[in-house]
Design a protein around this ligand. Structure first.
Ligand code: PTJ
Length: 252
């Protein structure tokens, strides 16, 4: 970070400014797409309306996500340029806890960016990181998010997809994959598609899923199944939408 990029602790928006700086640094380091800055701005607006806090419904979603990941045969965490800049540690920590494969999957795909993200993630953890040599395609998609690894997303039964495109979320659903979507906008097509929508900032949601998974490590399969099947995705989406629309930030 350049000296001019320093954010003083006393600034009332210090956390938000630091997140922006991580993304700007991500662009400079060849991890994040310039389009990612715009996408982040959209997310910031929703987060502001949510009071920049995790709703109880998002906490329930993160708990259900932890259960689904622990029960999965082949869980995969999909990573793009924003996730790599904002939460590489949390991504690799979650992958380790639930024993998931990590796969770099980009909308604005450039081989150099995929490789930079994969290297960056490997600096933060030991789990397998795929993405540089996709050998399969998700049917029905004409853009590069279709490019996947046959031993990664293509073979997955549960996928975590932060900042996803709605049509790929649909394509994953057609393969019978359980989709855990992290998106601050409950109305986004991917949040609408998800079996487990987490309407929260990915910087809060990923550690929260991890904490829930750590708590579940000794829990038996029947109890995990109960946690997952009692989660109501429509109720979670509605709670987030109502919180945003009402502006009654502390009561929802
Ligand atoms: O790295 P690439 O090439 O794969 O590109 C990634 C971006 C993010 C550019 C691409 O996926 C994209 O264009 O995303 P969208 O369609 O703009 O969607 C962004 C969604 O993520 C919006 O619904 C935002 O509200 C939401 N969002 C943005 N930042 C966050 C977020 N949700 C959770 N946490 C965030 N930090």
């Amino acid at each position: 970070m350049a000296d001019s990029d320093h954010v003083p602790d006393s600034h009332p928006r210090a956390a938000s400014l630091r997140a922006r700086q991580r993304l700007v640094n991500g662009v400079r380091a060849g991890l994040t797409s310039q389009h990612g800055l715009i996408a982040h701005g959209r997310g910031e607006a929703f987060d502001y309306l949510l009071g920049e806090r995790t709703l109880p419904s998002a906490e329930e979603a993160a708990t259900a996500a932890a259960g689904a990941l622990l029960m999965a045969d082949h869980p995969v965490l999909s990573v793009n340029g924003n996730v790599a800049a904002l939460a590489p540690e949390a991504t690799m920590q979650l992958a380790e806890t639930v024993d998931a494969v990590v796969e770099v999957n980009l909308f604005h795909r450039e081989q150099s960016r995929v490789a930079a993200i994969a290297d960056h993630l490997r600096e933060h953890g030991e789990q397998v990181v795929l993405g540089t040599g996709p050998d399969a395609r998700l049917p029905g998609l004409e853009h590069d998010r279709a490019l996947v690894h046959s031993d990664g997303i293509y073979a997955a039964d549960v996928v975590v997809v932060p900042l996803e495109d709605g049509d790929r979320a649909a394509a994953l659903g057609e393969r019978g994959i359980t989709r855990i979507v992290i998106d601050l906008n409950p109305l986004s097509r991917s949040a609408q598609e998800a079996e487990i929508p987490i309407c929260d900032n990915l910087t809060r949601a990923l550690p929260q899923i991890n904490d829930a998974a750590v708590n579940f490590l000794e829990t038996d399969a029947a109890d995990l199944q109960h946690v997952v099947s009692s989660f109501d995705p429509d109720a979670a989406r509605t709670a987030a939408e109502q919180a945003i629309r009402s502006g009654n930030l502390q009561s929802s």
